[in-house]
Design a protein around this ligand. Structure first.
Ligand code: AMP
Ligand code: MN
Ligand code: MN
Ligand code: MN
Length: 281
């Protein structure tokens, strides 16, 4: 194989099957146009886009990597675990994701009620207009509606003003456990990847405990270069990967053109000190 670090891999992206703005095939086209060679669609708690994503990737000449991003609650905060090279037909994974998704409709009603208490009416119906998959209503859909209503200038502003923990539209939710998420991914023959660890607000002790538990459960990789990390965090998580013996992943966390800090397929390569998660694919 060519030098693995030189391969343009983007292994973290979303479509309308979760909280992205484009259908899987349209995301695949953007990946191809950006020169991506290894591509994964990793919708939140959903596998419904995998067949379309694989077919489009093959049509566009990219290597397809089946993926998912699972919502987890660990020490009172939400952590995301990406699964790569999963079998999307694995019953244990399918059933686990169905269970993980099941609370979202109730939570969306509660978010709307919380927003109504600060004077924002009609948020449930508003957010629903942005939902591509009725099983997967996300805070992002509320955020897009609030921006289009002129309440905030950007999605990031909606989160910091209304939807992040401690803000008036935040509703706590209990997702899967870390052991469940890693277990389902492994049952499906995949590799579990700690997503965007730089985004979590843990103490140093909790951070180490999270990685200890993740590796003990059989977690295999960590996102080092992601749209959520600064260059300092690329270096920090390259060190974490080495310390815990984890492979390193790279992914934009693309949700739609112009929505995030980086576009699909445009991140810098992984640092030379780490082993890419795709090194033996
Ligand atoms: P949910 O799974 O419904 O809790 O929504 C989580 C999603 O909200 C994440 O996957 C991101 O797409 C988005 N999100 C979370 N925090 C932020 C933020 N600070 N700025 C922009 N998007 C965010
Ligand atoms: Mn998202
Ligand atoms: Mn995430
Ligand atoms: Mn994501």
């Amino acid at each position: 194989m060519q030098n693995a670090h030189a391969i343009n891999a983007d292994l973290h992206c979303h479509s309308t099957v979760s909280d992205g703005t484009l259908a899987p095939r349209a995301v695949a086209r953007i990946a191809r146009d950006a020169g991506v060679a290894f591509w994964a669609l990793t919708d939140h708690d959903e596998l419904g886009g995998q067949a379309e994503a694989r077919a489009a990737a093959e049509e566009f000449g990219m290597r397809y990597v089946p993926g998912v991003e699972i919502s987890v609650t660990w020490a009172g905060q939400t952590v995301h675990i990406v699964g790569l090279q999963i079998d999307p037909f694995c019953p244990e994974l399918i059933d686990g994701l169905t269970e993980t998704r099941s609370g979202r409709a109730r939570r969306a009603r509660d978010i709307a009620d919380a927003l109504a208490r600060v004077g924002i009416d009609g948020a449930y119906e508003g957010a629903l207009q942005y939902v591509g998959n009725p099983d997967l209503i996300s805070r992002t859909h509320f955020a897009r509606w609030l921006v289009d209503q002129g309440r905030c200038a950007s999605i990031g502003d909606v989160f910091s003003e209304y939807l992040s923990e401690g803000r008036p539209g935040y509703v706590g939710h209990r997702w899967a456990s870390l052991a469940e998420a890693v277990g389902w991914i492994r049952a499906a023959g995949g590799i579990a990847v700690m997503a965007h660890p730089g985004r979590y607000h843990y103490t140093d002790t909790q951070h180490d405990a999270l990685f200890d538990e993740f590796t003990a459960l059989g977690g295999g990789a960590v996102e080092v270069v992601t749209g959520s990390h600064t260059p300092d965090q690329y270096r920090r998580y390259a060190e974490v990967a080495r310390h815990y013996g984890l492979l390193a992943s790279r992914g934009s966390d693309f949700h739609g053109p112009g929505e995030g800090r980086v576009e699909l397929g445009t991140l810098p390569p992984l640092p030379p000190t780490v082993t890419p998660v795709w090194h033996d694919w």
